[in-house]
Design a protein around this ligand. Structure first.
Ligand SMILES: [Zn+2]
Ligand SMILES: [Zn+2]
Length: 59
């Protein structure tokens, strides 16, 4: 049996290998981005705006 992996940020199920899930601090890659990377350069940046990171889900 595999335990369900739940995102620490949005609460949705995360379909990643356990290794990748741990790598992203138990979040979706995009939730990890918003939590730790998205507003690094522009503090307070809205999640709907592109932060300039090529990996940004809002780009
Ligand atoms: Zn999430
Ligand atoms: Zn971003």
């Amino acid at each position: 049996m595999s335990e369900e992996q739940t995102c620490q940020r949005c609460g949705e199920t995360v379909e990643l290998s356990q290794e990748d899930f741990e790598l992203f601090e138990r979040m979706h890659p995009e939730c990890f981005h918003f939590a730790f990377e998205h507003d690094l350069n522009k503090p307070g940046l809205s999640e709907t705006e592109d932060c300039g990171d090529p990996a940004c889900p809002s780009a």
